[in-house]
Design a protein around this ligand. Sequence first.
Ligand code: ADP
Length: 779
Amino acid sequence: MPDAENKPKLTLKPEVPVVALKGLVMFPKITVPLLLSDPKAVAAIDSALASDRLAVFVAVKEDDLAEPQAKDLYQVGTVSKIVEAVKQPDGTMRLMIEGLERARVKEFTADSPFFKARAGLLPQRHEEKSEAVEAQMYAVVNQFKEAVNAGAPVPFDVLLVVMNLNDPWQLSDLVALNLDFRTEEKQKILEAEAVLSKLELVAAAIARQLKVLQLSKKLQTETGKELGKMEREMFLREQLKSIEKELGVLGGRTEVEELKAKIEKAGMPAEPKAIAEKELLRLQGMPSFSPEVSYIRTYLDWLVELPWSKKTESQIDVNAAKKILDSDHYGLEKVKERILEYLAVQKLVGRIRGPILCFAGPPGTGKTSLGKSIARALGRKFVRMSLGGVRDEAEIRGFRRTYVGALPGRIIQGVNQAGSKNPVFMLDEIDKLGADFRGDPSAALLEALDPEQNSAFSDHYLEVSFDLSDVMFITTANILDTVPPALRDRMEVIDFPGYTEEEKFHIAKQHLLPKLWEMHGLKPKQMVITEPAIRAVIRLYTLEAGVRNLERSLAAVCRKIAREVATGARGAVTIGVSDLAKYLGAPHFSHEEARGKGEVGVVTGLAWTEAGGEVLTIEAAKMPGAGKLIITGHLGQVMQESVEAAFSFARAFAKEEKIKDQFYKTSDVHVHVPAGAIPKDGPSAGIAIATALVSLVTDKPVKKAVAMTGEVTLRGRVLEIGGVKEKILAAHRAGVQTVILPEGNKKDLDDVPKEVRRSLKFIFAKTMDEVLKSAIQAR
Ligand code: ADP
């Protein structure tokens, strides 16, 4: 019995999924692995998998169409069974498909989310093998072997199968699938109805393929020979031309011509232009299969795309800039003023001058958004690049082209992204810049940022210098301690200390809420949030220097209201304090923390961290022991030493006060600083630790609403510390009433907003005695 009658007959559903293949034609009776990335194709496979696992695979007429439509597809394809399908994490799909029979699409019935069509099977072909067919088969097999010899990449087992096949149809299909035929050639072979003409098509396509293979082989051997330089170049050009002709021409222009036109258009200065032209010559002379071709092409693409002479119009109008800065940001008066001065100088001098600006402050204090505003005010592009974790000079200055996968550094990438040579370029997190054996990125960064030397910035990848002198660089940092000193010296630091509650309230009302309403498609009257409610969000749900969490919390409220309005549940909503729990859950902070009764050995200290100022509790306890000092809470080296100094001070104090308890002999003393998330180092907790210890040995409680910061010496002198403004704002946020500061920090109070100054009591201490007098409760 013939084979075909044994198998169940294939039937197609009235509507079948269609998969469009680029550069590939599927044939019957062949099993092929495939990798699909086109979402439409993946969706078609999903649908087939959900029913009979069958889909029609058709080829796209032109290989390089980005989004082929139904009209771009061939109508004859192959019904195939999906034997195996595995989805990759990136959304692509790996398949094994088995070609069954040819089919013709009669009509496309859908093209989204994937192609669907009505299709009919094409008749099975049975034909007696004539002598002519035998002869043609013999010729095809021989040609195929020749192609393999000339270098066609065909697996050995395929060669074996081809040599032993008896079926002329299958032979043609297998050869067509395995040689690099053009899509239209393969399609014609698939569609052929008579076996002899099918074999002839295959033979003609192999003949063409052979010519290409031989040509490139010849080129390879010829270039190896010692030809005179002139002769060799001429020869190469000739060969290249014929290969280009063979391999097809790009819309009438070769790739080389296309690149040449781009080089002309790129507006490059003489030096890079000469290099680009030299590289282009190299590319022209290179055999197309050389791996270097793609490196050179990528390099040329970078060269021609960089904005060598593209600028956005930038007329500095200081008054207009002031308007824009004011309309985008509440407060920040000092910062805005400094920026306007900077712009004014630029206007008069005609170019960027002076130090690099560095915006320093905790997250969410408006550094980025002010940078954007400056770009807007100047009519320039804005780009942002993070330097966090950059430890390698090459990331700033690029990798040399000899490395595989080399690219320009972040500076050139940023400029390229901006598409103009005078953007406002924000370099974030320069305090997170590292340095190690791979070189010091800060030196490269300095060269890029310094207006005195950046008109010829050299990137290792580009190999030619790029003029960065029109770029306005702004750096940002959370803290300045870790900024490499060489960089710090060249920068003018502009402080973003954090906002007071009052400022946050205005920012929320005037800027954050209108922005959020618009983002969520709400009209102001659809969502009314009362003033006390805004203040409650600030106080009870966010405890931060900036306004990032505030923005997030308000966005959460907007989302929920948007949903209520969109579903028609409510037309307009008014939110008061009592409604907040419904939208934001229980309050995260209680404002009463800093009030209440004082305790023995417990002091409120103030710390300065990347997130701005923080309130910190310091606890001291004693237990029977042998005078050991135990320190816990992940303290840094300097802070541990400061605990030891405070301990010595407390011993001396006890002696002077004639306290009988010989705690340093009979007890172990434990100092603990909770709050795991806050990095704790530096000397500024000294007076707080000393106070905690004195409170412990005198057994007198410390006043609860007092917070303090300052370094202490062994003799009890109180020394100046940093970050005063941030610390005071933190104390204010936490509801502290009195702040004890070193006398030497009196001057820093000028920077603290007036309303904060007014609501706190300050005590300036020169010695520990003064600290203790204000902090320790009388019994
Ligand atoms: P940073 O860069 O300092 O971390 P962002 O610039 O990202 O902070 O600011 C966070 C959000 O707060 C942004 O939506 C910003 O527009 C807003 N914002 C911060 N400060 C102000 C201000 N003074 N006026 C208006 N909006 C502000």
